[in-house]
Design a protein around this ligand. Structure first.
Ligand code: ZN
Length: 397
């Protein structure tokens, strides 16, 4: 018997919610024997988790131990209750921070919130597990945080990328830059731009790593020193699925990141994150085997379905960035004779060689979007900065 089937059987026995969900789908625990069988279980949406928690507070019937055996109970926006079960690193972030080089001897300023939401405690626990010294700084207090960074000899930062930038700029402004020993930063919860990452390395000597997870799930995926996609964490099974059907998608196809949390205390089977990602089976340069997430591109709700395939804003942006001389592309979706039609309106930097550029865009679109589409160039100045790059004019009845 595989460890997955054993896990599902125990979850079924101990969690009323898991039992209810499997039964409603006409499944018995013995039906789930392999990873492929997981696909038979319907997705658990965050909204459904919140709803189940309202009707059976606090944990909606997912918790498999008495509340009094937990270390802590957190409350994320929603509100959604998040349990902290036993163990020194319950959310398994140690693997992510270790891959980023955090180790004994580091003095780390943890700027995630310690109040109600679990983020602060998640990383605090993982850092302590690795032997790091933690400054539980929390959010805000920019000037004080810079002073602490300088006086306490801080070597590592944990938090969101925008606050890292704020702190480093403030240190520079106060003339402290040469007194700061900060050399590594680990960020999450916000999009990290590659531009910010290279500014940090080039101008401040700080190497920035990132990871992906949620308050409900803990660590899901993280960067290794190659910083080329996210290795999947231990303790979870990650799928990328069609958000409508829940069916798993192949490597390279963007879809919803769905996570099965293999935590006996709080078994969440096929939790739909609503985050948009893609898997790759191309081996990482670091040599560690296994699938990786190539990135998190946004939220799945921003996608539209065209001719049976999903189309997302990040794909249009990728197409734009690959075509020289193109300032903006808007994908317009309409229906003609009940069939979807995809038209790319392309605004050029300069109104020259329009025909050649249009042909190049059509060629790239075939590759990146996997659609054959009509391309029309429009004069520069047609689109303004606030315009969306996907416009769906189909009417639904
Ligand atoms: Zn790697």
């Amino acid at each position: 018997m595989s460890s997955l089937s054993e896990f599902v059987r125990t979850a079924y026995e101990k969690s009323a919610a898991v039992r209810g969900m499997l039964t409603a789908a006409g499944l018995r625990p013995e039906d789930i024997r392999s990873r492929a069988d997981l696909g038979r279980i319907p997705l658990l949406r965050k909204s459904e988790l919140a709803q189940r928690q309202r009707s059976a507070p606090p944990f909606g019937g997912f918790l498999t131990v008495p509340e009094g055996e937990l270390q802590r109970i957190f409350v994320s926006p929603g509100p959604i209750y998040d349990p902290q079960g036993s163990g020194p690193d319950f959310w398994r972030w140690g693997q992510a921070l270790s891959a980023a080089g955090f180790a004994r001897g580091d003095i780390v300023q943890n700027t995630f919130s310690y109040h109600l939401t679990p983020a602060g405690m998640m990383f605090d626990n993982a850092l302590r597990r690795l032997g790091c010294t933690v400054i539980p700084a929390g959010v805000g207090n920019t000037e004080l945080q810079v002073q602490i960074m300088r006086e306490a000899g801080v070597t590592g930062y944990i938090g969101v990328p925008s606050f890292l930038y704020t702190l480093v700029k403030k240190a520079q402004e106060l003339g402290y830059q040469n007194d700061i020993r900060l050399r590594k930063a680990w960020v999450a919860a916000e999009k990290l731009s590659e531009e910010l990452r290279s500014i940090m390395a080039r101008d401040f000597g700080i190497e920035v790593f990132q990871g992906y997870g949620t308050a409900d799930l803990g660590c899901v995926a993280y960067e290794c020193p190659a910083r080329n996609g996210f290795h999947l964490a231990e303790g979870v099974i990650v799928e990328v699925v069609d958000p409508e059907t829940g069916r798993a998608l192949g490597p390279g196809q963007p879809g919803e990141v769905v996570v099965t949390l293999l935590e006996p205390t709080y078994p969440l089977l096929r939790f739909g994150t609503g985050d948009l990602g893609a898997l790759t089976d191309v081996p990482c340069r670091c040599g560690q085997p296994g699938e990786r997430l190539t990135g998190i591109f946004g939220r799945t709700v921003d996608g539209v379905k065209v001719k049976g395939l999903f189309l997302y804003p990040h794909q249009i942006e990728e197409l734009r960035s690959r075509c020289t001389g193109v300032r903006f592309i808007q994908a317009q979706i309409s229906q003609v004779d009940f069939r979807d039609v995809l038209l790319l309106k392309v605004e050029l930097d300069q109104d020259e060689n329009a025909a050649g550029t249009a042909a190049a865009v059509a060629q790239q679109a075939k590759e990146i979007l996997r659609f054959t589409c009509r391309v029309e160039t429009v004069p520069s100045g047609t689109f303004s900065d606030g315009d969306r790059n996907i416009l769906d004019t189909r009417t639904w009845e």
